[in-house]
Design a binder for this molecule. Structure first.
Ligand code: AHG
Ligand code: MN
Ligand code: MN
Ligand code: MN
Length: 322
C-alpha cells in the first residue's frame, strides 16, 4: 500500500508542505494515543474554563490544542496558527511560510461516551507582508487553501486529506506508525438517500430548510418519491466522513434563535476544510447563498451555515434559497 509521502509527491505537493503535513500528523498521532487512553489517563471530563465560543472546554480540547500548538510552533514552517480554542491568532516562526487553522478536537461532547471525534485542519500560504501576530492574513477565502483534511479517531485512526488533486483516505498503521493510502480518490455519489441534520432544532430553521427536510421525511409518499434514512454523529468529522465514504447530505443551517450567529460551525477550521475535501470528491459545499469556499471571512471565529455532500441533493436543497 502506498504511503502518505509518495501520494503527496505524486500530487505535486512542495517539499516544505509535505514536511509541514508530516509535522502536523505527528501531533495527531499523539492526540490519537491520548484519546485512546481515555479514563485510564484521566483525560476525560471538563475543565473549569470557557473558550472564546462560550463553550466549556473539555480536558481533551485543551490537551489536543496544546499538542498541536507546541509541535507546529517549534517546526519552523508555520508563521501563525488560529484555533477554535485560542481567542486570537498565535504567532509562531517569523520566517514560516504557512498559516494553519485547526479544530483540535471536533465533537468533544463525544469524548464522554467513547464515540467519534477528530481533528480538522486547513493550511494556506502566509503572505510575505504579514506580521506573525496579524489576524488579517487569516481572512482569506477558502479557495486559497493549499491543503486541508481531518484525522478521525475512530475504531481505526483515519486521515482524509486533499492538496487540490483529489481527496484521499489513509489509515494509520499503528504497527509502524505511518498513514497508508487505503481509499485513493474517493468520489461522493451524486445522488443519495441519506441525510444528516440535528432535527431537535427544527422549529428554529428558516423556510428553505423546513421545506427541504419535510420533503425528505415524507419519503416515498412525498414529492421525492423515495424513502430517506437519517444519521447524526454529533461530530462533523464523523458525519462528513460518512458522506465521503458513501454519500449523503450534511446540514448545520442558520438558526433563528441567534440572529448574530449565522449557523454553528466555524468557517476557518470546520466549514472550509470540509468543503475542500467534499468538492475534491465531487460533492458540493454551500451556505445556501453561495459556495462556502468563496466566503470572505471577517474574523477568525466566524460561523457559517453549512450544506454539504452529494451534488444533486445539495443542489435540490440550495435551490430553495433563491
Ligand atoms: P466542537 O466539538 O469542535 O465544538 O464541534 C461540535 C460541532 C460539530 O462537530 C457538530 O456537527 C456539531 O457541533 C454538533 O452539534 P449539536 O450539539 O447540535 O449536535
Ligand atoms: Mn468546541
Ligand atoms: Mn468542531
Ligand atoms: Mn473542537
Amino acid at each position: 500500500m502506498k504511503r502518505l509521502n509518495s501520494q503527496l509527491q505524486h500530487d505535486g505537493a512542495p517539499l516544505e508542505l509535505v514536511l509541514l503535513i508530516r509535522t502536523l500528523l505527528a501531533a495527531c498521532k499523539e492526540i490519537s494515543f491520548r484519546v485512546s487512553q481515555g479514563a485510564l489517563a484521566g483525560v476525560l471530563g471538563s475543565t473549569l474554563s470557557e473558550n472564546v465560543q462560550g463553550e466549556t472546554q473539555k480536558k481533551l480540547d485543551v490537551i489536543s490544542n496544546q499538542i498541536l500548538k507546541d509541535i507546529l510552533s517549534e517546526s519552523g514552517y508555520v508563521k501563525a496558527i488560529s484555533s477554535e480554542e485560542e481567542e486570537s491568532v498565535v504567532p509562531c516562526s517569523p520566517n514560516g511560510n504557512y498559516l494553519v487553522s485547526f479544530d483540535p478536537l471536533d465533537g468533544s461532547s463525544n469524548t464522554e461516551i467513547n464515540s467519534l471525534i477528530g481533528t480538522i485542519f486547513s493550511i494556506a500560504h502566509a503572505p510575505q507582508w504579514m506580521e506573525a501576530d496579524d489576524p488579517s492574513a487569516f481572512l482569506q477565502p477558502g479557495t486559497q487553501m493549499v491543503a486541508a483534511g481531518y484525522v478521525l479517531y475512530g475504531p481505526s485512526t483515519m486521515l482524509a486529506m486533499t492538496t487540490g488533486r483529489g481527496t484521499h483516505l489513509y489509515t494509520l498503521d499503528k504497527t509502524h506508525g505511518g498513514f497508508l493510502l487505503t481509499h485513493p480518490n474517493v468520489k461522493i455519489p451524486v445522488q443519495t438517500s441519506e441525510f444528516s441534520i440535528n432535527t431537535s432544532n427544527q422549529r428554529h430553521w428558516q423556510e428553505p430548510i423546513q421545506s427541504y427536510v419535510s420533503e425528505l421525511l415524507a419519503g416515498s409518499e412525498g414529492p421525492r418519491e423515495k424513502d430517506y434514512n437519517m444519521r447524526w454523529v454529533a461530530a462533523m468529522v464523523g458525519d462528513v466522513h460518512r458522506v465521503l465514504c458513501r454519500g449523503g447530505i450534511f446540514m448545520y443551517p442558520f438558526d433563528k434563535r441567534n440572529p448574530q450567529m449565522p449557523g454553528k460551525l466555524r468557517l476557518l477550521y470546520e466549514a472550509n476544510p470540509m468543503a475542500f475535501l467534499v468538492e475534491q470528491a465531487g460533492g458540493l459545499a454551500s451556505t445556501g447563498s453561495g459556495r462556502i469556499m468563496d466566503v470572505m471571512p471577517e474574523e477568525i471565529h466566524q460561523r457559517v451555515p453549512v450544506i454539504i455532500g452529494s451534488k444533486e441533493e445539495v443542489e435540490n436543497c440550495v435551490a430553495r434559497f433563491k
